[in-house]
Design a protein around this ligand. Structure first.
Ligand code: AMP
Length: 287
């Protein structure tokens, strides 16, 4: 009940079944990694599984398109859902369990709790454009960690502000899992892999790498001693010239996401979000 077998990967739909499987592993002395996703897997997700396998003996991937992190005007209904292919990719990557609850299992009747997150979640980046997003992310990640109780949970640096929010939540709420960040996997032309890249038209796909290229030039300029404001202005101009409408391109303290204060002592992260037609792309790099 609640479990289907697909090769050696077990598909679980219920929290109780996940808890039982993890308890059995624990009793056998295994260590457990959780990799939360919304499915539509690509090589970026696979890299999280590869890292998970190095750090733990069992790997759980959650696949759950989380309604509470989408605003009503966003793409919850249209978000790509490719479950069969996802399970095959996860199996090929050597994972053990796909946890794929439905919305009713995750948010039962009367569900009433959403985390109120500040700190990195209020850095003036994604939160300005998606004001309810991180409350939904923090809530579902807290639930997933409580449901699975892994030793480690792995998140991509691709969603850098999200990673910082989750690190904060894990410390603040004693989640008991070590949060690990994994590097961004890119196409050969620099475009960060994303489930939303399938929305790009062929012309938009050609223009899309300009975002990463602008961040790279910006980082090189800052490393070379150039003024940060000038480097950011150049990056914004070149991203606009490539046809994007910019939500933000900013430089922040890499750890806290606070605005930079002179003189710059701590590591700097460049973070960007910009729209090409109907597709919103985000990216970030270290300086
Ligand atoms: P998503 O399914 O988009 O919610 O992403 C699930 C996890 O995969 C998150 O921790 C993301 O940060 C991570 N991820 C998404 N794209 C990439 C990528 N290109 N490289 C590395 N990790 C990624």
């Amino acid at each position: 009940m609640g479990a289907e077998d697909q090769g050696r990967v077990k598909i679980l739909r219920e929290v109780a079944a996940l808890r039982q499987t993890v308890a059995n592993w624990r009793a056998a002395g295994e260590s457990i990694a959780l990799t939360p996703t919304m499915g539509a897997l690509h090589k970026g997700h696979v890299s999280l599984v590869a890292l998970a396998r190095k750090r733990a003996s069992r790997v759980v991937m959650s696949i759950f398109v989380n309604p509470t992190q989408f605003a009503p005007n966003e793409d919850f209904g249209a978000y790509p859902r490719t479950f069969g292919a996802d399970v095959a990719m996860f199996a090929a990557a050597g994972g053990d369990v796909v946890f794929a609850p439905d919305v009713a299992e995750m948010y039962g009747a009367g569900f009433s709790t959403l985390l109120n997150v500040a700190g990195p979640a209020a850095a003036g980046l994604e939160d300005q454009f998606r004001p309810t997003h991180f409350a939904g992310v923090a809530t579902v990640v807290t639930k997933l960690v409580n449901q699975c109780r892994p030793d480690i949970a792995i998140f991509g640096e691709k969603d850098y502000q999200q990673l910082k929010v989750i690190e904060r939540v894990a410390r603040d709420l004693d989640l008991g899992a070590e949060i690990i960040g994994a590097p961004t996997i890119r196409e050969a032309d620099g475009l960060a892999l994303s489930s939303r890249n399938v929305y790009l038209s062929p012309e938009e796909r050609k223009a899309a790498p300009a975002l990463h290229a602008a961040l790279q030039r910006c980082a090189a300029g800052i490393r070379g001693g150039g003024a940060i404001d000038v480097a950011l202005a150049q990056a914004r101009a070149s991203v606009e010239a490539a046809g994007f409408i910019i939500d933000y391109i900013e430089a922040r303290d890499a750890e806290t996401l606070a605005p930079l204060a002179a003189p710059i002592g701590a590591p700097v992260r460049l973070l960007a979000a910009a729209r090409l037609g109907k597709t919103r792309l985000i990216d970030n790099i270290g300086v």
